[in-house]
Design a protein around this ligand. Structure first.
Ligand SMILES: [Ca+2]
Length: 382
């Protein structure tokens, strides 16, 4: 009963702070109405996930898409670029293997498909000239939206290619079915061209000139992708020792990814424990993270702690009065984007379809997430 009344109190108390929550995902709760569990947020995850990995952070991050109880993963769009498939950058291929492994681990059958391997030729390019196989990701995005009974959030952790091409094909479908696009890309000032923008500049420009609802989580500052500012989302784990405490199958999945395993029996591989040598090697590594803020937003979680306890990513309903809650906000803004993908933003209180991420003090935020993310990941139970 305490939990119930607390939940009701918090829903009422937090209703003015909907900037960070998914307002469309919250149930209507009138005074005295019985509290209900918020429905899971349907999502499409667009990620430049590969095997062997390019940035193993994408392999690490996709676990959250499957494991967070607040989200309902409807499709994975594998954003792939030819340059990174081929030597000397490669060889590698879009991440069909890691998606299939996670489907096996979580007992799911989430569909996935690749994007075209080449960028848009203009911000208006529907990419219809790409080979049929490579158009499957755009079509999966469109069909997932078409079939959705409610609005879907679209998360972009690589190039914006699939979403931009889909918008250029069926703008009205995207307007009517997307709750919010969470675009984890770009730079918080117009001084540095960030990786995900460079992958497909016209796609990024397309979304930042569109009438779609877009929340921008810049990955970089003027000082690059590993710098710290209030509006970018990079932070760093000093090591990955917590992987030892993760669920055995997820540990095996991560070992396969981090170890760039060449095994073709990739489903059998995740049923075996990694060698102690490989696990020791992985656990010692520092790890770059850009994605946590997006998951917190989509899952409506807060970076919070009670008294002097450790920071956790708490669901909004778990936050107690008196808890320390760090800023982790989406602020309405206007955006001006240049043809090369550099952009400026300006906060506004006027109606807008853009939001910019704001975490306040980035080092305080990082210290908190160094406690909260290991706890989240070791708590995942497929
Ligand atoms: Ca990525």
């Amino acid at each position: 009963m305490i939990g119930r009344s607390r939940r009701t109190f918090l829903r009422q108390g937090l209703s003015g702070l909907a900037v960070f929550g998914m307002a469309h995902a919250m149930p209507a709760a009138g005074a005295g109405a019985p509290p209900t569990v918020p429905p899971r947020v349907p999502i499409i995850d667009c990620t430049d996930l590969y095997h062997p990995h390019q940035d193993v952070g994408d392999n690490f991050d996709l676990v959250a898409a499957y494991a967070l109880p607040e989200v309902d993963l409807r499709a994975v769009i594998l954003d792939a670029t030819e340059k990174y498939r081929q030597p000397p950058e490669g060889p590698r291929d879009p991440g069909f293997i890691p998606v299939t492994q996670l489907n096996a681990i979580f007992g799911r059958n989430v569909p996935c498909a690749t994007t075209p391997y080449s960028a848009l030729q203009s911000p208006h390019d529907p990419l219809r000239a790409a080979p049929v196989f490579q158009q499957a990701g755009i079509e999966l995005l469109l069909s997932t939206l078409r079939q959705a009974e409610t609005k879907v959030d679209v998360l972009i952790f690589g190039a914006a290619r699939a979403v931009a091409a889909a918008y250029n094909r069926e703008p009205q479908l995207l307007r009517s079915k997307i709750g919010r696009i969470h675009l984890c890309a770009g730079t918080s000032s117009p001084d540095y061209l960030e990786w995900n923008v460079v992958l497909d500049p016209h796609a990024f420009v397309c979304l930042l000139r569109s009438d779609l609802p877009v929340a921008i989580y810049p990955c970089a500052t003027k000082d690059g992708p590993f710098a710290y500012g209030p509006h970018n989302c990079f932070w760093k784990l000093t090591d990955l020792e917590f992987i030892r405490q993760m669920h055995p199958r997820l540990r095996s999945y991560l070992a396969y990814a981090f170890g760039r395993s060449p095994r073709v029996d990739f489903l059998r591989a995740i049923e075996e424990d990694p060698s102690p040598e490989l696990l020791n090697d992985i656990c010692r590594r520092p790890h770059n993270v850009w994605e946590t803020s997006v998951w917190a937003a989509v899952a409506n979680r807060r970076v919070a702690r009670s008294a002097d306890g450790p920071f956790r990513l708490k669901s909004a309903a778990e936050v107690l009065p008196g808890d320390t809650v760090l800023p982790n906000e989406l602020r309405p803004c206007r955006v001006q984007v240049a043809d090369n993908g550099l952009f400026t933003f300006e906060l506004t209180d006027q109606p807008t379809n853009f939001w910019i991420y704001d975490r306040g003090d980035p080092l305080v935020h990082e210290r908190a997430l160094r406690e909260a993310l290991p706890a989240l990941y070791t708590g995942f139970r497929p």
